[in-house]
Design a protein around this ligand. Structure first.
Ligand SMILES: Nc1ncnc2c1ncn2[C@@H]1O[C@H](COP(=O)(O)OP(=O)(O)OP(=O)(O)O)[C@@H](O)[C@H]1O
Ligand SMILES: [Mg+2]
Length: 447
């Protein structure tokens, strides 16, 4: 059974959902519940309990199915032994089995999706590190899921019901850093009108997530090192020593080892933070998973926006599969939400953000891995002319509709064209005028 259909229509509409897929969806529900800010703790606990029971029941059914499958494949293997057939594409099935094994050990994915070997390795390390209090350093490019991974570690550990406090070290001005992290005493400095506890105290018994740790100035690094060594803090302006028990997870998109060689990050702090080191792969390293991620986020966006999953024109799908995604999973996720919000039934290149949209004349075959565009070699001059003319026509219509905010009558008036001829041309190119109404509203509301 397959969870995701790699065609244009998301699997939830057309193909049966596997047990693994169901469990994944329940895990997402459990994760959503755990972070639901609108519900009270007892309500969350109650719903979580019910979701856990449901997951265990699905797992039971899944075991049963796998038992039947194993028996069937044992029979097939016995039958084909003479031909020396290899066991069912062992290598290909491995990642899926690794994920399945994590599921069977009740690992909480927090919605982390994908079977890329590097990602699975990161999850397996997270699983082992989670129940300990060892510091974890997560690195990866922007948008690769570092914060999500920090939540995974928190959720799988014994501190799961305790606070998870996130601190963006790059966003705190140097002058406020100490007070933010360790708190202050009333009157400690101008503006300190009350006693205030810092992030470390708030994270007591839970986890503190030090995001963008590479941005922490050297003075802050020294202070952090002291906390890591002594598990004690002092509020600014106070002599009192306060013990804190916070599990530390840090994240960076920088190479801290190189920074410490260059003297911009303390080497001793680097080693303290990176007792367990988790690296997340960039999306370009898991290109083969893009079709699955497109379906996954398209479904997610559809349920969030309470709409049917958006269809993609072949050329948009082609673009999405070959684009370079410098912003990694976050960029892909945001794109799918944008397309789902702006498009009618079907999304096309026109709904892509302007800065990544391929130039109309070059959009014939879509984008290359570098985000640029490629033109397929036409087989004859007349075919080349026809393709160029088609593209010019489409670009003209799209730009025109954009300018008139999707009003076909206005476009016909402006270019002195017959309205029904215009409608026919729009139909020929699969362009929906209402998509341009939505995009104009969205651009307007953003400004
Ligand atoms: N493997 C994954 N499966 C599903 N969603 C993911 C995955 N990785 C990341 N995401 C989603 O992508 C978005 C970005 O993730 P996150 O904020 O954790 O990245 P980050 O590495 O911390 O980014 P930055 O460096 O920009 O802070 C989030 O919406 C997250 O839920
Ligand atoms: Mg982040």
């Amino acid at each position: 059974m397959k969870l995701y259909n790699q065609g244009a229509t998301p699997a939830s509409v057309t193909s049966p959902v596997s047990f693994a897929g169901l469990i994944e969806k329940i895990e997402i529900l459990r994760s959503t519940l755990r972070w639901a800010s609108r519900l009270d703790r007892p309500e969350i606990e109650k719903l979580l309990k019910q979701a856990t029971t449901l997951r265990d029941e699905v797992m039971g059914l899944s075991h049963k199915e796998r038992f039947v499958q194993a028996a069937a494949s044992a029979e097939t293997a016995a039958g084909s032994a003479d031909e020396g057939a290899p066991p069912q594409q062992e290598v290909e099935r491995m990642p899926r089995e690794r994920r399945q094994a994590l599921m069977e050990r009740s690992f909480i994915f927090e919605g982390t999706f994908g079977d890329n070997p590097k990602l699975l390795e990161a999850l397996e390390i997270a699983e082992k590190a989670a129940p300990t209090d060892l510091p974890v350093l997560i690195d990866g490019e922007s948008g690769t899921g570092k914060e999500l991974m920090a939540k995974v570690i928190h959720a799988n550990g014994s501190r799961t019901d305790k606070p998870f406090i996130s601190v963006n070290c790059g966003a705190i001005p140097d002058s406020l850093l100490e007070s933010e992290l360790f708190g202050h005493k009333k009157g400690a400095f101008t503006g300190a009108s009350n006693d205030r506890r810092g992030k470390f105290e708030s994270a007591h018994t839970g986890t503190i997530f030090l995001d963008e740790i590479g941005e922490l100035p050297l003075t802050g690094q020294v202070k952090l090192l002291r906390v890591l060594e002594a598990h004690e803090i002092q509020r600014v302006g106070s002599d009192e020593i306060i013990s804190v028990d916070a599990r530390i997870v840090a994240a960076t998109n920088k190479d801290l080892r190189k920074m410490s060689e260059a003297g911009t990050f303390r080497e001793d702090l680097f080693y303290r933070l990176s007792v367990i080191h988790v690296s997340l792969p960039a999306l370009r390293e898991r290109h083969d998973e893009i079709p699955l991620l497109v379906s996954y986020f398209s479904d997610e966006a559809a349920s969030m926006l309470k709409r049917a999953p958006v269809r993609l024109t072949p050329r948009l799908r082609d673009f999405l599969l070959h684009y370079d995604y410098p912003g990694n999973i976050r960029e892909l996720r945001n794109l799918m939400y944008r397309l789902s919000c702006l498009a009618g039934d079907t999304a096309d290149l026109a709904q892509l953000p302007q800065d990544i949209r391929p130039k109309p004349a070059l959009a014939v075959v879509g984008a290359t891995a570098s985000g640029g565009t490629d033109i397929a070699m036409p087989t004859s001059l007349s075919e080349a002319k026809r393709a160029a003319s088609d593209e010019a026509e489409r670009a003209f219509l799209e730009r025109g509709l954009q300018e008139v905010g999707g009003t076909v009558a206005e476009l016909a008036r402006r270019f002195d064209m017959n309205r029904s001829h215009l409608q026919m041309l729009l139909k020929k190119h699969g362009i929906h005028s209402k998509d341009f109404r939505a995009s104009r509203q969205a651009d307007g509301s953003k400004a």
